[in-house]
Design a protein around this ligand. Sequence first.
Ligand code: NAD
Length: 423
Amino acid sequence: MTAVAQPAVATRGPLDDAHEQLADACRVLGYDEGTMKMLAAPRREVTVSIPLRRDNGDIEVLTGHRVQHNLSRGPAKGGLRFSPHVDLDEVRALAMWMSWKCALMDLPYGGAKGGVTIDPAGYSEAELERVTRRYTSEILPVIGPNKDIPAPDIGTDERTMAWMMDTVSVASGYTVLGTVTGKPVSLGGSLGRASATSLGVAQIAFAALNHLGMAYDATTAAVQGFGKVGRGAARFLHLAGIRVLAVSDAFGGVWNPAGLDIPALEAHVDGTGSVVGFTGAQPIDNAALLTAEVDLLVPAAVEGVLHEGNAGDVRARLIVEGANGPTTTAADAILAERGVLVVPDILANAGGVVVSYFEWVQANQAYWWSEAEVEARLADRMTSAWHQVLAEAEALELSLRAAATCLAVRRVAEAHRQRGLYP
Ligand code: NAD
């Protein structure tokens, strides 16, 4: 196999970063251009119109996507995002990263992602249910327990998953529990799924701190995003004795140089819907949080927040990516140059898809595990993946991101090779 050239990029976005990471991995692995093209190309893309009758009788037409990037190792797996920023290229990038994440964690899945371009905060619960059900109906031919299994992501939650599961089940004429993961526990969800991504982020942060010889009680942290991932991550870091000095959400952030009282902050967020206005802290904006004087930074909100404009000002020694794609390729290079250790998303936030896999296995077997069993199996998978990535990085003298991508891409390429090219 001959080495490949990096694809030319005009305007940069998450898909360019995803393509560049794949090209780098193919170069390290010595894959030819045809193999890289096969690994880059999404297997299936579905774009649908979602007509919505608003509560006031008006009709709006929204757009949704489902991209299945790779199906070589098993059914596709990936979240569903409701956000005004969703576009097809973002969904394509997120789907590709899911292929690598599932392969890295050795799950029998390919990668997928879904998105609807909508700001859920502007819609009633009844409207969101209609959007979810219509989107699900439109993508029905391509999803299912053996085809593609959605899960929650930004702007969606277990309630969204319950509506999706019900819509598929009504169309099928029987209850199809394995059709989505991240469902309510009362409806076939797994114990431990709600906190799995954040627990995995924390477990990887602990492994990286141990690797760097940094004591937890001497470590300070900042967490961007206080949703399903960031909030739990802040809680688990706090519980381990790490002082979380700053957290933020889409509305702003809070900062306390002595350490935030995370349980009190969680109570404030439950009451108000935002971290803003928490009395035990001073305000800090999202830009300042990313360059705050802390040891550990956990970006757990959206893509591209660490870029060439601010990577040089990051003061953390360790970045653990709770979000997907928070660090651009340009920022990666600057951070590496400055000796900042970046633990990539496909490893750091993989706890969610690992326990989604456990949920799917449990649903398919109709036999449920205890929370302790789920957490023990999660810890095993996260620790094992951390050691594999570290060993690959040391053996090939690569960054953790490049090492993780190489490991994953190699597994997907091997599945392609074994299956052969049909016809
Ligand atoms: P969420 O909707 O539950 O929370 C998102 C949080 O980020 C909210 O606090 C929101 O206010 C904040 N936010 C949004 N835009 C922001 C901005 N521009 N600046 C600062 N904060 C902003 O979503 P989530 O499920 O926690 O997902 C967060 C990230 O983690 C995403 O990148 C997602 O793809 C990734 N992820 C999620 C899971 C999961 O299981 N939920 C698994 C793996 C990766």
